[in-house]
Unconditional design. Structure first.
Length: 582
């Protein structure tokens, strides 16, 4: 049932979905990257995966199904076990008598169809679908398991409490032994598994007066997940300390550690921070998926001139690229994406980080260890003796690191780093505070990127038009005339459109997506250090003066970039206000 590339090309051209030029360019890139040309077409936005799957289904004579909004009965879903469904991208969605319809991405996987047939003892009818459809159905497995997680926690907590009560007269019991008992292992494993399933970025385990509160940060928002009995607090924290190789007997000082979970489908590293508080010890675990690959600047939300400026800056052999913004705004992910683009056999890339968040092949990554005197500054001083072409400094925190980073950029290295400032222009006064000479900044900085993360709207969003009051509120944040010109220039709206004609979108909360959002995308401003900006830097101009000049030269502010994405339907105006007003 495999479609020959030539046949697929002919059908693509006949359908009018892509041009001959699109296919030729995709084939060239596919040959370089050793990928299928249709994958390149999807990645570059020339064709949607939905359209491609429909065309493939038509060619093969297999019905196409879209399951992105479908709710599947759990009995039908269970005909294909969750691990099999996830690893093979195949799900059961309809059962009629002895006939089971399954949706899949690869119709050539005859072996898997035979396996499901033998396991279910049903006649199998294959259907083609999209990756988003598969994701939606896989999430339904997880939702069905959510109640089961609660039952496990409740049952195992009761077991732990009975053991604690039994050992209470024996010198308080053995904490290490307790942490290695099956009930506690099950509780902690369940918390971790549930967090992975819910796409959480952080787990907060917070002892309170009468219970332990567990919260997950999902898409940047903290949400209550569950409560545990207070009397198992020490055992839960002890289990996390054992996993992280931390000291069990140290309860007065903060501790940091790390551990990893590997499953057949994914690897996730957990960065652990233990902090003594009034009611016990609080643990915060940051989830770092090691299998998160394939980020692109376009996928992160860069577009148009922003994208061109960043690509132009990273092609230069030396200079500085700075990413700015508050903690958790995606700065490190942006820099890792740039490193992934630059990571070729011809260059030596070295990093100094605190902590190492993602491990990348062929890149020499070094972890800061302040307790033994190995800081960003001392690490950077050593890195420049390692014959690097490209250096990433996790964060410029002090005068010494700033000075060394600038000197590295001056001496022929491309330096990537982050700063905690609210805007791109704000990076210049921040470096001035660190005693970096203005003439050195103007000579070394290529571009400054500022960013925030906003939640993406789900597919079933609701469109609406702005009222006069909405426009008045928007006008307080942005020049409406300038913004209308930007939207027209970006071809997001028609040249003749006015504000009354422009559609915006709101979330549509429902069962599978309680708040109407899923995942996140970046909004950015990219300040290009042109000759006029260099002159302003040398004159020690304020951030407002720098931003005003950059806007005259075409820079989009984060808020303006957010409005573009709101009009495109990626996010809502409420989200843009929420993240830019923080």
């Amino acid at each position: 049932m495999k479609i020959e590339p030539k046949r697929l090309k002919d059908f693509l051209l006949d359908s009018g979905l892509v041009t001959v030029s699109d296919i030729e360019k995709a084939e060239e890139k596919a040959k370089e990257k050793k990928q299928d040309f249709e994958g390149i077409l999807i990645k570059e936005g020339k064709i949607s995966e939905d359209d491609l799957r429909r065309l493939q289904a038509y060619i093969l004579g297999i019905p196409f199904v879209n399951l992105e909004k479908e709710k599947i009965d759990f009995k039908t879903l269970s005909c294909v076990p969750a691990p099999i469904a996830k690893s093979n991208n195949i799900v059961a969605f309809k059962k009629s008598g002895n006939i089971l319809e399954v949706a899949m991405l690869d119709p050539d996987d005859i072996g898997m169809l035979d396996f499901i047939k033998k396991k279910s003892n049903l006649k199998i009818l294959p259907r083609l679908t999209t990756r988003e459809s598969i994701k939606n159905v896989l999430l339904q497995y997880h939702k069905s398991l959510k109640a089961e997680f609660g039952d496990i926690i409740k049952r195992e907590s009761a077991t732990v409490r009975s053991v604690i009560e039994k050992d209470a007269g024996k010198d308080g019991g053995d904490l290490k032994k307790m942490a290695e008992e099956l009930p506690i292992i099950k509780i902690v494993d369940t918390l971790l598994s549930h967090a992975i399933i819910q796409r959480a970025s952080d787990i907060h385990i917070e002892p309170m007066e009468k219970e332990i509160l567990v919260r997950y940060r999902i898409d940047g928002i903290l949400r209550d997940a569950m409560e545990l009995p207070k009397d198992i607090s020490d055992a839960v924290i002890a289990r996390i300390k054992i996993l992280s190789n931390l000291r069990l007997d140290e309860k007065r000082l903060p501790q940091d550690g790390r551990f990893k979970i590997e499953t057949p489908e994914e690897k996730v590293s957990f960065r652990v921070s233990i902090l003594p508080i009034y009611d016990g010890e609080k643990a915060v675990l940051r989830l770092l998926p090691e299998t998160s690959k394939g980020f692109t600047l376009e996928g992160l939300g860069f577009h148009g001139e922003q994208l061109e400026l960043v690509h132009s800056a990273i092609r230069r052999p030396y200079g500085m690229i700075l990413a700015t913004g508050p903690t958790g705004c995606g700065k490190t992910t942006t820099l890792y994406t740039v490193l992934d683009i630059l990571n070729t056999p011809e260059v030596n890339i070295c990093t100094i980080e605190d902590p190492i968040e993602y491990q990348m092949p062929r890149i020499n990554q070094t972890q800061v260890k302040s307790d033994i005197g190995f800081t960003f500054a001392s690490g950077l001083r050593s890195l420049v003796r390692q014959d690097p072409d490209i250096i990433m400094v996790g964060e410029i925190r002090d005068i010494e690191t700033a000075s060394l980073a600038v000197n590295a950029a001056l001496t022929g290295h491309l330096v990537l780093s982050t700063l905690h400032t609210n805007s791109a222009a704000g990076a210049i006064p921040r470096l001035l505070d660190m005693k970096v000479e203005p003439f050195l900044m103007s000579s070394t900085i290529n571009v400054i990127i500022a960013q925030r993360l906003v939640r993406r709207l789900c597919a079933d969003k609701v469109s609406y038009k702005l009222t006069k009051d909405d426009l008045a509120e928007l006008g307080e944040e942005v020049d409406l005339t300038r913004m209308l010109g930007i939207l027209r220039k970006s071809k997001v709206i028609k040249t003749s459109d006015e504000w009354k004609d422009i559609s915006f979108y709101k979330p549509n909360p429902k069962g599978e997506s309680p708040d109407g959002y899923k995942s996140r995308i970046g909004i950015h401003e990219v300040l290009n250090v042109t000759e006029t900006i260099k002159n302003l830097i040398i004159k020690s101009a304020t951030s407002s003066q720098l931003e005003e000049q950059a806007k005259k030269e075409g820079m989009l502010t984060m808020f303006e970039d957010g409005i573009i994405k709101a009009v495109q339907g990626f996010t809502s105006l409420e989200e843009i206000f929420r993240v830019t007003r923080e």
